[in-house]
Design a protein around this ligand. Structure first.
Ligand code: AMP
Ligand code: MG
Length: 431
């Protein structure tokens, strides 16, 4: 049944590269593509890892084509002699290769842009295209992707992608997926997802609170818990429901059931990043933001500026690591530091107020804590963190004892501090 042209599409993924077999590089591309393909309703039925050898690549392709309608190979499209995927695929499928002049021009431009007068001879091979193959552009690198139908069975397709993860992902999302949607619309299992992003509640606690709210039968909706250091994402999924409205209604119903437990911890963000949710609330109130960071050492500022568009609201940050800098730059009282210690409610609040004065902004965040592994005490063990936020005259400070190593404590601290300001701004944009 699966072989019939109208059956459900099945995929196989082949990772090509000696380094993957040595274990020097882990095949993260295969895992990433498996997730992506599943999300888009294309089950992966087989995954292989093969050496940079023509015969091995060819026999793997043949075997994969016997069980799958779509075979994606990644890796081995580079310019060096050990990159053999393109040639091996063309040989196996009996396809001649010709040089694509447009690709030669593109490669020349690319090398010129990086200050090379001439295109290295080796790179010419990256302009070779097997007959029947369509070129999928790679703006992030020199190896283009290729997509072709199999001569013996044109209902089957083979895609070639570069191994560099960033390039592979770019081509996959921007070039390959749109083509698959066009070629196989009715053969991709319809999948509808809804993401509910939460932060500030542990996975086990959330699951416990959800239990009494959810019946055993969720009406075709499955629920997945996806915990990260920064929070827990809930993913609701409806599979194999061709009617989009029916799927949406089923998702709405479960979302309403969850609401009482999640609403206090939920944030709205397409990217899943709390920073985007916070930016939206700041933007709605036309507030500018500055940060004062001790134990997070600039991590909050980094997270904010990681997102495009940060300049529309973010003024800057101060890493106030030592007491001296907290005093001199943020106006924290030396007495307060001596009395309460740097990791205290008073100092967190004083840092947040100091940042407001220093940067002249509408909203601030401050963090002070003990990230470890040293510096903890009985009263303030490693992981103790005070964080504060101000919006105009409103201010709030909280403390937590975060679990984990230094890295985890810093990541959790940054998220908690961002979340404090997010909550302070309120749903309707008022603190
Ligand atoms: P290639 O396209 O074969 O020249 O691979 C270029 C680089 O991409 C390799 O040096 C690896 O670091 C990386 N790479 C290749 N294949 C994979 C894979 N399956 N998963 C993760 N990284 C990969
Ligand atoms: Mg390679």
């Amino acid at each position: 049944v699966s072989d019939s042209p109208r059956g459900r599409l099945r995929a196989a993924v082949i990772a090509v590269g000696d380094e993957l077999l040595y274990g020097a590089t882990v095949d993260t591309n295969g895992a990433w593509m498996g997730t992506q393909l599943a999300e888009h309703g294309i089950p992966v039925v087989e995954r292989r890892v093969v050496a940079d050898e023509g015969d091995a690549i060819a026999s793997s392709l043949a075997a994969a084509l016997a069980v799958a309608d779509l075979v994606i190979l990644c890796g081995g499209l580079g310019p060096t002699p050990d990159d053999r995927t393109r040639e091996a695929v063309a040989n196996q499928l009996g396809l001649a290769m010709t040089t694509d002049p447009a690709l030669v021009d593109m490669l020349k431009d690319r090398f010129r842009a990086f200050g090379h007068a001439n295109l290295p001879r080796n790179n010419l091979k990256q302009a070779l295209v097997p007959a029947r193959a369509e070129v999928m552009e790679n703006p992030r690198g020199s190896a283009p992707g290729l997509l072709l139908s199999v001569p013996d069975d044109p209902s089957k397709y083979v895609a070639l992608l570069p191994g560099v993860p960033r390039e592979m992902k770019g081509i996959f999302v921007e070039e390959l997926l749109p083509r698959l949607r066009r070629l196989f619309t009715d053969r991709m299992l319809p999948v509808a997802h809804r993401w509910i992003h939460t932060t500030g509640i542990a996975e086990s606690v959330l699951s416990e609170r959800l239990q009494p709210l959810l019946p055993d039968d969720l009406g075709g909706v499955s629920l997945a818990f996806l915990p990260k250091l920064t929070g827990v994402d809930l993913r609701l999924t409806v599979r194999d429901e061709p009617d989009g409205d029916v799927a949406r209604d089923a998702l709405d119903r479960v979302e309403r059931l969850l609401a009482p437990a999640v609403d206090k911890y939920r944030f709205e963000s397409k990217s899943g990043d709390l920073v985007d949710a916070l930016a939206a609330r700041l933007g709605a109130r036309r507030l500018t933001l500055a940060v004062a960071e001790s134990c997070t050492g600039g991590l909050i500022a980094k997270r904010i500026t990681d997102r495009p568009g940060a300049s529309s609201y973010f003024e800057g940050g101060l890493v106030a690591y030592s007491d001296e800098v907290k005093i001199a730059q943020l106006g924290v009282e030396p007495d307060l530091l001596a009395r309460s210690g740097a990791v205290s409610e008073g100092v967190a609040l004083a840092m947040a107020r100091g940042a407001r004065a220093h940067f002249g902004v509408g909203a601030t965040i401050a963090v002070t804590g003990i990230a470890g592994p040293d510096g903890g005490s009985e009263a303030k063990p490693v992981g103790t963190v005070w964080y504060a936020a101000t919006v105009g005259g409103h201010e709030r400070a909280l403390h937590r004892r975060f679990p984990g190593d230094r890295d985890a404590i810093r990541v959790r601290s940054a998220q908690a501090a961002l979340n404090l300001l997010y909550r302070l701004l309120g749903d309707d944009g008022t603190p």
